[in-house]
Design a protein around this ligand. Structure first.
Ligand code: SAM
Length: 292
């Protein structure tokens, strides 16, 4: 296929298929020729691996993935793109396109059916309106993928990869760190897309941890505490946990002391290990995830 990063080629395809960009589907297609090869390389696309891509567009990234990976399956919601992809990806025999909403498909069944025992990674230029739900679905369901390499808005990348503790971290930072080791790979300017969005982007990679280190109940409690703590991040953690998660103030104070934290600490002052220790302490003290 001709160069899909070439704006004239993109325009020609649009004309040939009568295609127009849908803003509501987050359709900003990559037209910077250096970006897709880097995502494919740094995302780990390799002959012995499978790749799940989310959102094909005209297939510019799919093409780079298919050149390197054993097999590529791409989920695309917009049915208008199916004939386009048949045309642009016709040279690749290792690509399947699945039409559907990535948030509604049974991804576990899809991964099992398409990749069997093959090591699988996710690579995508994600539609921005579903960045967090997609990442959290992949991680929380513990789907069998070893890494998730995605283009997201620059601000989302900063939040997702923020160190803990730090001012930049939030509930999603803790969740991502619980399930994976996040790494910011490289920035991508808004001019790399057609049409150009109003924001800059960045590519991040989440190397998925094999197993969680807490029991299911401790895990549920951990995420309730994290959500409660960050929902009122200006308050001290003890006050935030009291008002947002109904943890009695005296018990919160005991828990903070037991895990070696100051009574005045705020949510952003905790490391992931601190949050986990807090969840274990409160669970042993009889706090159930359902009771807060
Ligand atoms: N990969 C292409 C590229 O880099 O040029 C397209 C990326 S574009 C940012 C996002 C793509 O995701 C669009 O093709 C859009 O139609 C598709 N999409 C949007 N919502 C989706 C969903 N819920 N499930 C699957 N694909 C979706």
């Amino acid at each position: 296929m001709e160069n899909l990063s070439n704006i004239s080629v993109v325009r020609e395809i649009m004309e040939r298929f009568g295609f127009s960009f849908s803003k509501s589907l987050g359709q900003n297609f990559l037209v910077n020729p250096t970006v897709c090869p880097r995502i494919a390389e740094q995302g780990g696309a390799a002959a012995e691996k499978g790749v799940l891509e989310i959102g094909a567009g005209f297939g510019v990234l799919t093409h780079e993935l298919a050149k390197r990976a054993g097999k590529v399956v791409v989920v695309e919601l917009d049915g208008r793109l199916l004939p386009v992809l048949q045309y642009t990806l016709s040279e690749h025999k290792n690509v399947s396109v699945v039409q559907g909403d990535v948030l509604k498909l049974d991804l576990r069944a899809l991964l099992e059916r398409e990749f069997g025992g093959m090591e699988t990674v996710v690579c995508a230029n994600l539609p921005y309106y579903i960045t967090s739900p997609v990442i959290m679905t992949l991680l929380e369901q513990r789907l069998p993928v070893s890494a998730i390499t995605v283009m997201v808005q620059k601000e989302a990348a900063e939040r997702l990869c923020a160190p803990m503790p730090s001012r930049a971290c939030g509930a999603v930072t803790a969740a991502v760190r619980y399930y994976s080791d996040p790494k910011a790979l490289f920035p991508v300017s808004r001019g790399s897309f057609m049409p150009a969005p109003n924001v800059d982007s960045a590519v991040i990679r989440l190397d998925v941890k094999k197993t969680g280190s807490l029991t299911e109940k401790e895990e549920q409690l951990l995420f309730k505490l994290v959500r409660g703590g960050f929902s009122q991040r200006r308050k001290t953690l003890a006050n935030a946990l009291f008002s947002a998660a109904s943890v009695p103030k005296a018990l919160a104070a005991d828990a903070l002391q037991a895990v070696g934290l100051k009574a005045s600490v705020r949510a952003e002052g905790l490391s992931l290990v601190d949050w986990m220790a807090l969840a274990c302490f409160l669970q042993q003290a009889g706090v159930l995830p359902g009771s807060i």
